[in-house]
Design a protein around this ligand. Structure first.
Ligand code: CA
Length: 230
């Protein structure tokens, strides 16, 4: 999942990004309200962390504009102020949750999981397709019949998560780059093929009948191979 952090304190933003990365979230950072608004409007995020005191446009204005534009992405507001009035204002404008600084990172992570789950993005701790199970908490895959399992690297995990959340759809290479590498890194499309190949090897390793099928010139999709082994 991909999270946008709109926070002008560099040190806090860095800490948040690092903590979310550990949980296998992909993060992008924005340091003022205007830029944050524009990034949020791309619609590619699964959740947004939004500070209130921001340069150029404050968090309330950003929130209000996003909701006026009908952006449904779950938003967690951060603020140094703890007055009840602020909380009410935040919820009135369509924030999904609210956290007062200082807070514990563990608390923030729990809230992020909660608001994305509420949106139906995360239903369980595992995603299934055919005989393949992706374990969201352990960052591993399991063949459900043999229980053979293997640990995934962060990019492999994100790739499979993307495929399993979009079953029976073709995922374009652009979508993969956008979701997993983001805009900043200028990822070469070749990277996609490298990680697809790593991921295929792991699927083979656990003996899964699930394949990542290349659709020439477009992208990839998951398919299940019926083999005599089952
Ligand atoms: Ca701030």
């Amino acid at each position: 999942m991909r999270i946008l952090i709109i926070e002008d304190e560099f040190s806090l933003s860095d800490v948040l990004a690092a903590a979310l990365k550990k949980e296998n979230f992909v993060t992008d950072c924005s340091y003022d309200g205007e830029d944050g608004y524009l990034q949020a409007m791309t619609g590619i995020y699964d959740a947004i962390i939004l500070d209130i005191m921001l340069p150029k446009m404050n968090g309330y204005e950003v929130l209000q504009k996003l909701r006026m534009e009908k952006l449904q992405t779950p938003i967690l507001m951060l603020t140094a102020k703890s007055e009840l009035d602020d909380k009410i204002q935040g919820f009135d404008l369509g924030a999904d949750d609210y956290l007062t600084k200082p807070f514990e990172i563990r608390e923030l992570i729990a809230r992020i999981w909660a608001i994305t789950r509420r949106q139906g993005i995360v239903e369980t701790s595992a995603l299934r397709y055919g005989d393949l199970e992706l374990n969201l908490n352990q960052c591993s895959i399991t063949q459900v019949h043999s229980r053979q399992s293997v640990q995934l690297g962060s990019k492999e995990f994100q790739l499979l998560e993307l495929f399993l959340r979009n079953q029976n759809q073709i995922i374009t290479r652009e979508q993969i780059v956008e979701k997993i590498w983001g805009y900043e890194n200028n990822a070469e499309y070749n990277n996609v093929e490298v990680y697809i190949s790593f991921t295929r090897r792991k699927l083979n390793f656990i003996g899964s009948g699930v394949r990542i099928k290349a659709i020439r010139g477009i992208g990839y999709t998951l398919e299940q191979i019926q083999s005599e082994e089952y």
